[in-house]
Ligand binder design. Structure first.
Ligand SMILES: NC(=O)c1ccc[n+]([C@@H]2O[C@H](COP(=O)([O-])OP(=O)(O)OC[C@H]3O[C@@H](n4cnc5c(N)ncnc54)[C@H](OP(=O)(O)O)[C@@H]3O)[C@@H](O)[C@H]2O)c1
Length: 265
């Protein structure tokens, strides 16, 4: 089956206004999918929408809303009711960095809502439509920080662990029903969001930081073939060492040391 037949006619990209999300949108348009783009900043979505529709001659719809609010998901479902959504890319994420107690509890809960509740809700409801139409795909973005406890981004890492396990389970449940599920477990990516978090010292991560396009290509290439992908050869090797060679306690301490250097000023 062609990419367009399996994942068309529309792709919904949640968290599409810049960086990795915008890169997913552009790549999917180049493959002939129409786009439904969601993020909070309407102006960025509007600019991207004009660029993509002029360049790739696909239809692009935008909806500016905050995915941490549960009513936003109802709005998305209503707005896409008449569209055949064949692909969901859940890319949006919030990540507070720094000591756990320095972040307000409300902000931790907002992270939980954006990174867990919203992808769960969209996966459930759009997944139902995809199962009914007999084809589709879902990509959830996760992070290497989710493979063990990660100090100074503890809530973020825990939310991303949820996405790994959810996607793997659904990959097995739905793979014989025409719906492909993939979790993309990424290391550092040069996105505005990552750069804005002002990582001070990356403890060697500098060399491992990928361009958004590299992550998008590897994720879309893996979709339909496997339950998860770790983009970047160095990331695959380092995560193998962290998960399979180091004792878990050592891996947690090692990650903590890197993140302390990056985020504790
Ligand atoms: N960058 C990295 O180093 C890295 C590493 C590992 C994993 N990842 C994962 O890769 C994905 C993208 O990374 P990123 O955040 O760095 O880059 P991004 O794709 O450049 O930005 C995130 C997108 O999500 C949107 N967004 C964030 N919170 C939202 C909310 N509450 N409601 C609606 N839209 C929201 C942002 O737009 P608005 O601000 O306009 O809403 C933006 O378009 C995330 O899932 C992240 O966990 C990133």
């Amino acid at each position: 089956m062609s990419f367009q037949t399996q994942y068309g006619q529309w792709a919904l990209v949640a968290g599409a206004s810049e960086g990795l999300g915008a890169c997913y949108a552009e790549e999917l348009a180049s493959r002939g999918l129409n786009l439904f783009l969601v993020a909070r900043r309407a102006e960025l979505l509007q600019t991207l929408s004009v660029h993509i529709s002029n360049t790739y001659h696909v239809q692009v719809k935008i909806l500016a809303l905050d995915l941490s609010l549960s009513e936003s998901i109802d709005h998305i479902l209503q707005a896409t009711n008449d569209l055949e959504i064949g692909l969901l890319i859940y890319n949006a994420a919030l990540s507070a960095v720094g000591p756990f107690q320095d972040t307000a509890l409300d902000a931790h809960i907002k992270e939980l809502n954006t990174n867990v509740q919203a992808p769960l809700n969209l996966t459930y409801r759009l997944g139902k439509r995809m199962l009914a139409q007999g084809h589709g795909g879902i990509v959830l973005m996760s992070s290497l920080s989710a493979f063990q406890g990660s100090a100074y981004i503890s809530t973020y890492a825990a939310t991303k662990a949820f996405n790994i396990v959810l996607a793997e389970g659904l990959w097995e449940e739905w793979r014989t029903q025409g719906v492909d599920v993939l979790v993309c477990v990424a290391g550092a990516i040069k996105t505005p969001n990552y750069l804005a978090s002002e990582p001070e010292k990356t403890g060697g991560l500098g060399d491992m930081t990928l361009e958004p396009a590299e992550v998008v290509f590897e994720a879309l290439d893996a979709l339909g073939k496997q339950p998860y992908v770790i983009p970047g050869r160095v990331n695959r090797i380092s995560s193998f060492v962290m998960r399979h060679l180091l004792p878990r306690k050592t891996a947690i301490k090692f990650m903590g040391r890197i993140l302390r250097g990056m985020y504790v000023k």
